[in-house]
Design a binder for this molecule. Structure first.
Ligand SMILES: [Zn+2]
Ligand SMILES: [Zn+2]
Length: 341
């Protein structure tokens, strides 16, 4: 059987069933227990250190943006390369591989993805995946780290500027993370995160253009360094904010995540968010293949090179049946549902 056939006929791995869904680490089964308790029970506590650092980063990034015209052409190419690599460290690495286990990656690919993940500096893979599993399991409740019912700013960046809600901590501790604890690459990155983050997010992006083609240290630090880092952060955050607010819901009209093309473009294919929350085990996070989805193209390339395998995919029949069951408003028969129209 070819890989393609394996893909198109794969069903989500099923060990136990709960609420009609498969239950396994990272499969994103929504726990409806907390759904009734909307609104934050605990008062938000500001973390001033994070607020100051985030402000400084964005001031530096805006200044870096103004320096783009004085950067050398190769430095701009390097900025795009760093954006793509660090983006894949989140999308193909922390998200599709480690949070959801949608495909298998060989040791060399996992090392690359862990380094790329450090370049994105969004906390280590283990913590990112734990937060993300909470986001799927307790979506839009107090236990969702970036609960979108708290508004655009909170789900975009505000959640990183306050102490975690006690429910996020309590429910996060109960998640099954044994698969990541058994992954030597993930645990090595976690142990040496500070060093790998400083090296990959700041030193490598700055030193390569300075050393190889004589770019000024100021431009090298501010353009492929701070500007690229802040742009990447905001692209990722849009998945949690914009893609939970604006767009259509053709797969499940009962949940907030939406299909948002702009987010797909900026976040390397992660904006098909109604699909993704409906079929979290699908390695492509969309039914449209490579369209607006360079992360899917990357995973397919890795499979062709023999570095990845066992991509999981929802079958077209499964998608169609789900769209007919939950994709339409039972009263109006429409499948839109965008808040912004
Ligand atoms: Zn996800
Ligand atoms: Zn989401």
């Amino acid at each position: 059987m070819t890989e393609t056939q394996t893909i198109s006929h794969h069903q989500a791995p099923t060990t136990k069933r709960r609420n009609g869904h498969a239950a396994s680490p990272g499969n994103g089964v929504l726990d409806t227990e907390l759904k009734a308790k909307e609104g934050r029970g605990a008062k938000m506590q500001l973390v001033w250190r994070n607020i100051v650092l985030m402000c400084l980063l964005h001031v530096g990034a805006v200044y870096g943006f103004t320096l783009i015209t004085s950067a050398r052409a190769l430095t701009l190419v390097w900025t795009a390369v760093c954006y793509a690599i660090s983006g894949l460290g989140i999308t193909a690495g922390a998200h599709r591989l480690w949070s959801h286990r949608t495909y298998k990656a060989s040791f060399p690919l996992r090392v690359f993805l862990a380094l790329a993940n450090s370049m994105a500096f969004q906390n280590d893979v283990y913590e990112w995946a734990r937060d993300h599993r909470s986001h799927h399991k307790y979506s839009e409740t107090d236990a969702d780290p970036h609960n979108a019912t708290q508004g655009f700013f909170f789900s975009h960046v505000g959640w990183l500027l306050v102490r975690k809600h006690p429910e996020v901590v309590a429910k996060g501790k109960k998640l099954d993370m044994s698969d990541l604890e058994a992954d030597a690459v993930v645990m090595f990155q976690r142990r040496h995160y500070l060093l790998s983050m400083l090296l990959m997010c700041f030193l490598v992006p700055t030193l390569v253009p300075w050393w190889l083609w004589g770019e000024s240290l100021e431009v090298a630090y501010l353009v492929p360094g701070l500007f690229r880092y802040a742009l990447q952060l905001n692209a990722t955050w849009l998945v949690n904010s914009a893609a939970h607010m604006w767009g259509n819901r053709p797969y499940d009209i009962r949940i907030n995540p939406r299909e948002n093309r702009f987010v797909s473009f900026s976040a390397l294919g992660e904006g098909f968010h109604n699909y993704h929350h409906t079929f979290p085990f699908d390695y492509s996070t969309s039914e449209f293949g490579w369209r607006l989805n360079p992360t899917t193209a990357f995973i397919d390339l890795m499979c062709a090179l023999g570095l990845a395998s066992e991509r999981k995919k929802a079958t077209p029949e499964m998608v169609l049946a789900r769209m007919q069951r939950t994709g339409k408003d039972p009263n109006t028969g429409t499948s839109t549902g965008s808040k912004s129209g």
